[in-house]
Design a protein around this ligand. Structure first.
Ligand code: UD1
Length: 343
């Protein structure tokens, strides 16, 4: 298949590009580099040896979107592009809705106009809000009691895709609800490169390990969980990338949602311990009050994806910590740091 990856230079997109190229698909990346670097695409090319086309475009602009899709004759689109920082979305809701919704609308226009029949959308477990029952399966309500515009934008785009698929009857759309993506490509060549202070646990922990940040704040140790800290379902980004390939290859007409998670919950203290073990570094931390909007426990039931996509996670939390550490220690300044070091 020829697959367009919007946001393909980003964390999940770049790892998915590697897996798709290695499975023999043709990959074209469209990105505006607002939160990513062209160097990531260079490294995907180096890892895979594949000839991956890169088009720079702001997909919130309908004219630019049409230009970016022109002449590609693609079979499928994976729509990763979007803003994803939860706290920032609370501070700048209009920008979040404008960017995330407009780019999704423009991508859907291009899909319809060009007769593309397969769409995979980067959704999030955040669409379930505070889950009613654990582990979470796809029958749980979506868009109830969400606490931030980022999460709402994901739930809204899911609905927009459902409506678009009714009108475009031959569209096969897959909504992938990611749990907590972590880890990096085992080469250490590509990984998560957050700008500024990381919001998420794993990049923060790896920056403490490498000495870039003094200590981690553990957001609450009084939850009703195994050790009082928040429990999440961490999924290795290479497993997540393989889930996208499986979704593309199994997509059926209509809209289907899948949880992509491991089914295993790990606490913040367990993540710290696993990272300390694989890195040999001490992770300094203190316990801070819970972060607003956080829930105690989020764990996937991935049975539907296991069954229908013939996909399951294979890599452990330890492996994810090892690969994150490799990426972080080889690229302490992220992509930009390495670009500056290269003469
Ligand atoms: C967050 C977002 C979610 C988004 C996901 C991936 C919220 C409420 N949810 O998920 O919408 O899809 O990121 O981008 O922000 N923790 C600490 N210290 C830290 C950072 C995190 O203790 O410095 C804890 C959190 O309280 C949580 C766990 O680590 O228990 C995981 O946090 P994080 O990596 O931010 O992911 P989520 O909050 O699950």
């Amino acid at each position: 298949m020829h697959v367009i990856l919007t946001g393909g230079a980003g964390y999940i997109g770049s790892h998915t590009a590697v897996v798709l190229a290695e499975r023999g698909h043709t990959v074209t990346i469209i990105d505006d580099f607002s939160n990513s670097h062209p160097a990531a695409v260079e490294r995907v090319r180096a890892i895979t040896g594949a000839n991956i086309e890169l088009r720079e475009a702001d997909l919130t602009d309908s004219v630019a979107a049409a230009k970016a899709f022109a002449g590609l004759n693609a079979d499928a689109v994976i729509h990763f592009a979007g803003l994803k920082a939860v706290g920032e979305s609370v501070a700048e809701p209009i920008r979040y809705y404008r960017v995330n919704i407009n780019s999704a609308l423009n991508v859907l226009d291009q899909i319809r106009e060009r007769g593309i029949k397969t769409l995979v959308f980067s959704s999030s477990a955040t669409v379930y809000g505070d889950p009613q029952a654990l582990p979470i399966d796809e029958t749980q309500p979506v868009g109830v009691g969400l606490t931030n515009p980022y999460g709402w934008s994901k739930a809204m785009i899911e609905q927009i895709i459902r409506d678009a698929a009714v009108a475009q009857g031959d569209l096969a759309a897959v909504l992938l609800r990611y749990f907590n993506p972590v880890g990096a490509h085992p080469s250490g060549q590509i990984g998560e490169d957050p700008s500024g202070i990381p919001n998420n646990l794993m990049p923060f922990v790896s920056q403490v390990a490498v000495g870039k940040r003094a200590k981690l704040s553990v957001f609450g140790d009084g939850y009703k969980t195994k050790d009082g800290t928040g429990v999440r379902d961490y999924i290795h980004v290479m497993d997540l990338a393989a889930g996208h390939a499986a979704a593309l290859e199994h997509a059926q007409a209509g809209v289907t949602a899948y949880n992509l998670g491991s089914g295993e919950g790990s606490s913040v203290f367990e993540v710290i311990a696993a990272f300390e073990q694989v890195s040999g570094r001490k992770i300094a931390y203190d316990v801070a009050p819970p972060r607003s909007g956080d829930v105690a426990e989020v764990v996937a039931n991935p049975a539907k994806a296991n069954r229908e996509l013939n996909w399951r996670t294979e890599l452990s939390l330890e492996q994810a910590c090892r690969d994150s550490w490799k990426w972080q220690s080889q690229n302490p300044g992220g992509y930009l740091g390495s670009a500056q070091e290269t003469p």
